[in-house]
Write a protein that binds this ligand. Structure first.
Ligand code: ASP
Ligand code: MG
Length: 462
């Protein structure tokens, strides 16, 4: 059995849906289980509709829902034959009716809580799955869609729910495995799940990749293939580095590090289930299906300490807590980290200087206001007594990470990076080496981020 997951652009148009249908047919003898994203842009549109409803703008909501309905109808008319067409159009309309009711409720209540947003956002994947099933059936592939809510059990952290592996595995084995045994292709909506009470949750934006590996682990799949619209994981973002090329092999650790630092191609948690199941995850291109893509395994490819890929995130800031510098001052590090932890924020990197009792974190800029507020709360007494001098933010920064399993064992990498950054005149505002040695990350002015990534790609990726 293999799990085949297709992203939003891979199912974004009728042509794309037909292309995916052909890929699924080509792997029929490998017992595929299919996981889908919503058609590209649909999740965003649904979330906009929910917020618009909560503002009470009925006319705009009506407009947005009608556009979504038309887009799905048009794609079905092109990709689906009778009698399946009639059925799928009816299914769409039934869902759009309930979606409209949910949106009407949000506008009465004037609310768009994470719980409501999850309920609305989950419609995108339901729709794309129904479309794909109808398209497959039109091509004589027996396929059936299942509700994500009956498969992926999660906690109730709406908007960013964590899957509970035991009940999820049991449900997946009970509901998916028999279909596969009967030669039916199960088509499962990614991204969504449900609490024990059956309330819809989502795994966070981009979470369909995660659904694929969760199900892969639950079903003991041989491999999980994640299809997007690039030839796998690339050595850098091709928008910045036009000569970026696909990386053939990555380790789980390298893949995690890359997605953590902003590589968009897989969701950061995707490889976690693969770590336990030890199955390869391949990142492939549905628009270039012959190409092997990137294979992610436990061992990756050692041989040679090289930079595999450079990932980056724009819009980061540093938050600094500065102690008094006097001996015996308060210990800020542990408590400041506690604040970050409580707000479940990941810091890209942390710099500490203990004699000065200073600590600075590099974070997504949009997290800064909440962090600053809580840090000022935490250190209110110390600030009054002058034991903490300042807590502040520096905006306008970007972070990038050079990732490669054996980088930490290689001497001279840091010197070369500083050499390159010095040559292009980019100031370094912070840097760190992952304890595993898998990444080196640097903070620079946002305005120099692209130049830095391009120059380092030139230096390290021949
Ligand atoms: N459709 C969801 C999103 O846009 C999940 C996914 O595509 O992975 O975030
Ligand atoms: Mg994605």
């Amino acid at each position: 059995m293999i799990v085949l997951k297709f992203g939003g652009t891979s199912v974004g148009t009728a042509e794309a849906v037909l292309r995916v249908g052909a890929i699924i047919r080509a792997y029929r003898d490998r017992s595929p289980v299919v996981v889908l994203s919503a058609m590209s842009g649909v999740t965003d549109a649904l979330l906009v509709a929910a917020h618009t409803a909560a503002r009470g703008d009925h006319e705009e909501v009506h407009h947005l829902v009608r556009a979504l309905r038309e887009r799905h109808h048009a794609a079905a008319r092109q990709a689906v034959a009778e009698p399946f067409l009639n059925d799928v159009l009816q299914q769409f309309d039934a869902w759009f009716d309930t979606l409209n009711q949910v949106l009407a409720a949000l506008s009465l209540l004037r609310e768009a809580s994470p719980r409501s947003l999850d309920m609305v956002a989950a419609y995108g994947e339901k729709l794309s799955c129904a479309l794909m099933v109808a398209a497959l059936c039109s091509q004589d592939v027996v396929a059936r869609t299942l509700a994500a809510e009956t498969l992926v059990r999660t906690d109730n952290n709406f908007g960013e729910a964590m899957p509970l592996m035991e009940p999820t595995s049991a449900a997946a084995r009970a509901r998916i495995a028999p279909l596969v045994a009967d030669g039916i292709v199960p088509v499962v909506p990614g991204f969504a799940g449900a609490t024990a009470e059956g309330v819809t949750t989502t795994l966070g934006r981009g979470g369909s990749d995660y659904t694929a590996t969760i199900l892969g682990a639950a079903l003991g799949a041989q491999e999980v293939w994640i299809y997007s619209d690039t030839d796998g994981v690339l050595t850098a973002d091709p928008k910045i580095v036009p000569r970026a090329r696909p990386v053939p092999y990555l380790s789980y650790a390298e893949a995690r590090e890359l997605s953590f630092f902003g590589a968009k191609v897989i969701h950061p948690r995707t490889v976690l289930p693969a770590l336990d199941g030890q199955f390869p995850v391949r990142v492939r291109n549905s628009f270039n299906p012959e190409f092997a893509g990137t294979t992610i395994t436990g061992h990756g490819s050692r041989g040679g300490a090289s930079v595999k890929s450079i990932a980056y995130t724009r819009n980061v800031c540093t938050v600094t807590v500065e102690g008094s510098g006097r001996p015996g001052g308060p210990r800020v590090a542990g408590r400041a980290l506690g604040v970050i932890e409580r707000l479940s924020t990941d810091a890209f990197l942390t710099n500490a200087s203990s004699p000065e009792q200073n600590l600075s974190f590099v974070l997504h800029a949009e997290r800064a206001p909440a962090i600053i507020r809580d840090l000022k709360d935490e250190f209110a007494d110390e600030m009054r007594r002058g034991e903490v001098r300042r807590i502040d933010v520096r905006d306008g920064l970007g972070v990038f990470a050079m990732v490669g399993e054996a980088l930490g064992d290689t001497s001279g990498i840091g010197a070369r990076v500083f050499g390159v950054l010095g040559r292009i005149g980019a100031t370094v505002h912070g840097f760190a080496q992952a304890p595993s040695g898998t990444s080196f990350s640097f903070v620079v002015d946002a305005s120099r981020l692209d130049d830095a990534v391009r120059a380092l790609h030139g230096e390290f990726v021949p």
